[in-house]
Design a protein around this ligand. Structure first.
Ligand SMILES: CC(C)(COP(=O)(O)OP(=O)(O)OC[C@H]1O[C@@H](n2cnc3c(N)ncnc32)[C@H](O)[C@@H]1OP(=O)(O)O)[C@@H](O)C(=O)NCCC(=O)NCCS
Length: 328
């Protein structure tokens, strides 16, 4: 089946003004600004204020994307939300956002693919628009990871932050649109990066809470190795499927997890620094939100012009990984 093309017609993002710096973390755990910056590239992260929810911040990002697209919430046919930090197990965060923005004509669902959740959602949305099922789809990545971090564990506490990014996808008006759609996963590696508690395997008990089973557990060094391998694999597959050479890429936006992982992809594709978008220093790892936040920022800063070729690459728990080349 030949798919029609879909294209990004609006972007938006939101992060709370509340910021937690590396120096703040020095007062909480045995760490240093020097260690965090040197090993990860992170300098600060945004933390959603108590009392506000994942769907609150995602709704704000969604409204900004709709405004940018010149559409009303009622024009949206479907909402996909990449998140591993939903408001609650159910209803989905997508349904909560739908109610908050008034997108009453839409179907809404979450995409559970960890840090690849936004890119998975974008590719699903593209195929639904491409096959003519829907016209306008809101794809969101939104996370409140600060509420799933063990703030006494220096190996994970320094890495994560909160935020939301959104895009509106609509039918392409010509050349623009997704040129490739690469998604993969490997469930055998799930327990290298996961939250053990809170699901039906390990419901909340006093003991599970005392043991911090409801927070992120990660084998950092192992995850790092797989992240480098699979992000490079995804980037190469995404390029090949789009029939685009690395040197034709105008901007690379990868999931913002670690500067050293991003550099590995940059070196493999032989891209100069100015073609690699980085905002990891400002946000930390915001999981599914990192790519749409970066995309919105890149667009607002004029780093993406009409006709540019953009390469998006994600990696996350599951494991999951994905890539797409987009003609902007
Ligand atoms: C977490 C990560 C930054 C750690 O960097 P690393 O170079 O692998 O560091 P190691 O885990 O080998 O630890 C090196 C030392 O630093 C220490 N350390 C760990 N966290 C620290 C911190 N926040 N501050 C200071 N020291 C720390 C370790 O205890 C270890 O000490 P030791 O040598 O005395 O045992 C890195 O493994 C990583 O980025 N992994 C991928 C994480 C990721 O991206 N996850 C999400 C994927 S979507």
């Amino acid at each position: 089946m030949t798919l029609l093309k879909s294209m990004v017609i609006g972007t938006g993002s939101y992060a709370s003004d509340k910021v937690l710096t590396n120096h703040d973390l020095e007062k909480m755990v045995d760490t240093s600004d020097e260690w965090i910056k040197g090993r990860t590239g992170i300098e600060r992260r945004h933390i959603l204020e108590e009392g506000r929810t994942n769907s609150d911040q995602a709704a704000e990002a969604a409204k900004r994307a709709l405004k940018d697209a010149g559409l009303s919430a009622k024009d949206i046919d479907c909402i996909f939300v990449g998140t591993i930090t939903p408001d609650s197990s159910f209803p989905s965060t997508a349904c909560q956002i739908q109610a908050k923005i008034g997108a009453h004509n839409a179907a809404a669902m979450d995409v559970a693919a960890a840090c690849s959740g936004f890119l998975y959602g974008l590719i699903l949305a593209d195929t639904l628009i491409g096959s003519g099922v829907y016209k306008h789809i809101l794809v969101i990545g939104s996370e409140v990871l600060s509420r799933f971090v063990n703030w006494d564990d220096r190996t994970t506490a320094v890495l994560f932050g909160d935020g939301a990014g959104a895009v509106v996808l609509g039918p392409s008006d010509g050349e623009k649109g997704l040129l490739s759609r690469y998604m993969k996963s490997d469930g055998r590696l799930g327990n290298l990066l996961y939250i053990p508690g809170g699901g039906s395997t390990c419901p909340a008990t006093h003991e599970s809470v005392d043991q911090h089973l409801h927070t992120i557990h990660m084998a950092g060094r192992e995850v790092f190795k797989h992240a480098v391998r699979t992000m490079v694999d995804a980037a190469l597959h995404g390029l090949k499927e789009a029939n685009v050479k690395p040197e034709e890429i105008d901007l690379l936006i990868t999931h913002q997890a670690n500067m050293r992982i991003i550099n590995a992809v940059k070196h493999r594709l032989k891209l100069p620094d100015e073609k690699v978008f980085i905002n990891l220093n400002e946000y930390g790892n915001t999981s599914a939100a990192s790519i749409p936040i970066a995309l919105d920022q890149a667009k607002r800063e004029g780093r993406l012009k009409e006709g540019d070729k953009l390469l998006l690459v994600a990696f996350g728990g599951g494991f999951t990984w994905a890539a797409s080349v987009i003609q902007f």
